[in-house]
Design a protein around this ligand. Structure first.
Ligand SMILES: [Mg+2]
Length: 283
């Protein structure tokens, strides 16, 4: 005789993919700039003056050679990276995402050494499934070398959107999206090269765009290319609040259709602070 006792199968948690830009998104700095700003003022000035005139990754490779010639060691670079500002609320948000069963990836135009060192300094490297960025390594003498993620030996990616020749973030996020079946994809970024990945998301997905910076400008120029809901944030506390809202389906924060590109969420003028200028040349 069959049992009449009803069994309750717990509902599986939604499977979410979080993908993050790094500079001015997870951290409150540009890691490439931070290193030179704190270790060699002259090279920092050269970095700023050369930005936009030569390819950014190639520029870092050349300047890192100059930094090495000046006697800057691996330890100097690692110590400097450990001082990059990383807001506690951002770390809390990342831990919350991971604790809810989400997969976390970093998709960045920095490099593997900078990102790994910074994540390890905060003991959060284990939160991320993978870091997708320009490969870097110290050689035996302690000189840091960085090369393009999408190397010159490969066919150009020819992305029609504003991606850099060394990295089409849209192409890379698409591979992650296609790798599994996700209930929701969330992309977080701030710069021009974060626009292409934002266009790869669907209408149930979310773009977390840093307010007043160049990603917002791109979305405002071509909002019809972004199907996902766009949430604007200013600081890590906003990201933590948005993360709570994402994991609490009844939260009003994600229910109003007008959340996408509402006037209230869009500043009238995109900021022209020095941060934006640096971001503009990198991405
Ligand atoms: Mg960025």
């Amino acid at each position: 005789m069959p049992s009449t006792t009803a069994t309750t199968v717990p509902e599986a948690p939604a499977k979410r993919l979080f993908v993050f830009d790094f500079d001015w998104t997870l951290i409150d700095a540009d890691s490439d700039e931070f290193v030179f700003k704190h270790l060699n003022t002259e090279l920092h000035q050269e970095q700023l003056a050369s930005a936009g005139k030569v390819q950014w990754t190639d520029l870092q490779q050349r300047l890192l050679g100059e930094l090495f010639k000046c006697g800057v060691t691996k330890e100097d670079i690692e110590r400097t990276l450990s001082q990059v500002p990383f807001a506690p609320e951002m770390i809390e948000a990342l831990k919350l995402m991971k604790s809810q069963g989400s997969e976390l990836y970093i998709l960045s135009d920095a490099n593997t050494v900078y990102i790994d060192t910074i994540l390890k300094a905060h003991s959060i490297d284990n939160l991320f499934t993978k870091v997708i960025t320009n490969p870097a390594a110290f050689d035996e003498q302690g000189r840091l070398n960085v090369v393009r993620f999408h190397g010159l030996d490969k066919k150009p990616h020819n992305c029609p959107l504003p991606c850099q020749p060394n990295l089409c973030k849209g192409r890379e996020i698409q591979k992650l999206i296609d790798s599994q079946t996700w209930d929701q994809v969330i992309y977080m970024g701030d710069a021009t090269n974060d626009f292409c990945p934002s266009t790869r998301l669907q209408n149930t997905d979310i773009v977390l765009a840093r307010r007043g910076l160049l990603l917002e400008q791109e979305i405002r120029k071509r909002p019809y290319l972004v199907k996902a809901n766009v949430l604007y944030w200013d600081n890590a506390q906003d990201v933590l609040s948005a993360t709570h809202a994402i994991f609490e389906p009844c939260s009003p924060a994600l229910q109003a259709p007008s959340i996408k590109l509402s006037d209230e969420m869009l500043p009238k003028v995109v900021s022209t602070t020095p941060n934006v200028q640096v971001q503009a040349v990198k991405a």
